[in-house]
Design a protein. Structure first.
Length: 93
């Protein structure tokens, strides 16, 4: 098990942010991006998605720094994912 410290804390917060992105993605699918639940929510689903993606991006930056992951390693992983998506999804068609 990982020792307590910044690395462990960063991974825990990263998990939490991933879960929050999952939750708002599900709500956006269910009620669409412009929904604010008939004025009951302070933000639309799109605005909330933007906020949650920003939180996730911040944690990705922190984790990559703490684990000494280079920008090139991230770029390579991103490009590998793009190549898979070109084969297995319609996102690039």
């Amino acid at each position: 098990m990982m020792k307590p410290g910044k690395k462990l804390e960063s991974l825990i917060i990263l998990q939490e942010e991933c879960a929050e992105v999952i939750q708002i993605a599900a709500k956006t699918i269910r009620w669409d991006e412009d929904s604010d639940n008939n004025g009951k929510l302070p933000k639309t689903n799109k605005e909330q998605l933007i906020a949650e993606l920003g939180d996730l991006a911040a944690m990705v930056a922190i984790v990559t720094k703490l684990f000494e992951i280079s920008p090139d390693e991230i770029d390579n992983a991103v490009n590998a994912k793009y190549e898979k998506l070109k084969i297995y999804s319609d996102l690039f068609k």
